[in-house]
Design a protein. Structure first.
Length: 367
């Protein structure tokens, strides 16, 4: 006699949804995994957020002050978030304290202080470049490329559709234009954007150079070569924005703020990863660090030909050999960088004064 047993299909997701005990945010995110690999990636150890200082806590530059936008300069109001502007003194940038959504304290804030009439030469953006070593897990240019998902909190005095560009490599001639919408003025809103992997890239960097740059557009009206021909697709274009998105460089008093910025592998946005302050600071110092106060250069020789030298160990191994300066130098002599390395700063100066140059030492290896 043959006994045949028909077993009903077993759906794990349905059974877990029947549990009375809630599975929590992370459990819910895990259940959204579409493949076994996505589930393994989610529960594996390690850091998921490829953005550094996404909650704007690290604030080494500018002595904590507000900065005015320069012309054609990459400027940093908070660590790792650089703004670049075609015209000077249009915006001010600052780290806003106690102006953030729940779970955060700080935000990056831009204000249009001197509005300009938009023309075909203007571009204004702020964003972060991601080092190739940190981007390898995405698998682009391999047989198993993965989606990436961006998530962030944003607030502006201007409602409408805003542009965000994902630009690859050092030449940035391949890019993806995405958009997000601000629905209510002066109100924090949470946004997510998922970007598919691109076609084969010729300039994708997987070492210590620039793999990817995420740019939030604040006012690009340079339509000739920086406007995308299409949205939500990879293009062989050096794009920043398009014609039908918000431009605040022409609106006096307009504001834009952002915090809680995360970039992770996969198709789903998950809860923001809060790292310790010490860890976040060390990550930032791979690209920039400065001394807490004045450094003094010791001298040898006799006046009027006194040589002054300084040697310091970098707090973190830097991305590359840094550019080193000392601001606020005195005693009539400027600082010259010597045989620096990603691990050590060695500088010198020659002066007719007995006392050597002194000031705040700054080392930059930004992308």
């Amino acid at each position: 006699m043959t006994v045949r047993v028909n077993k009903q299909p077993f759906n794990l997701r349905e059974k877990l949804s029947e549990l009375e005990k809630p599975i929590g945010v992370k459990g819910s995110d895990l259940m959204k995994s579409e493949t076994a690999q996505e589930a393994r990636d989610f529960v594996s150890a390690g850091r998921k957020n490829l953005i550094i200082n996404g909650d704007m806590r690290v604030f080494q530059r500018n002595n904590g002050g507000i900065i005015a936008s320069g012309t054609y300069l990459r400027q940093y109001a908070v660590d790792r978030f650089g703004g670049q502007f075609q015209a000077g003194n249009v915006f001010t940038a600052e780290r806003a304290d106690n102006d953030a959504p729940p779970g955060f304290r700080y935000s990056l804030k831009y204000t249009t202080t001197n509005a300009v009439t938009p023309n075909t030469n203007h571009y204004f953006w702020v964003g972060q470049a991601i080092e190739g070593y940190n981007f390898q897990q995405c698998g682009w240019n391999t047989s198993n490329p993965k989606h990436i998902t961006l998530s962030f909190w944003v607030k502006s005095s201007v409602v409408g559709t805003w542009a965000l560009a994902v630009r690859t490599g050092t030449s940035a001639n391949t890019a993806y234009l995405a958009t997000y919408k601000i629905n209510v003025a002066n109100t924090w809103e949470y946004k997510t954007i998922t970007v598919p992997p691109p076609f084969t890239l010729t300039d994708l960097q997987y070492t210590n150079d620039k793999a990817l740059t995420i740019q939030f557009d604040l006012g690009t009206s340079r339509s000739g070569d920086l406007y995308a021909s299409a949205r939500n697709k990879w293009l062989n274009e050096n794009l920043y924005s398009d014609a039908n998105t918000v431009k605040i460089h022409g609106i006096a008093g307009a504001t834009w703020q952002m915090t809680g910025f995360q970039l992770e592998v996969g198709k789903n946005a998950t809860e923001f990863e809060h790292r310790s302050y010490g860890e976040e600071l060390a990550l930032c110092q791979r690209y920039y660090w400065q001394t807490d106060g004045v450094v003094y250069m010791s001298g040898y020789g006799q006046s009027p030909q006194t040589y002054h030298v300084i040697e310091l160990a970098c707090p973190s191994t830097m991305r590359a050999t840094p550019t080193v300066t000392i601001d606020g130098t005195s005693q009539g002599s400027s600082f010259s960088a010597g045989s620096n390395s990603p691990q050590t700063i060695h500088g010198f100066a020659q002066t007719t004064a007995t006392a050597g140059p002194r000031g705040r030492l700054q080392a930059s290896a930004e992308l």
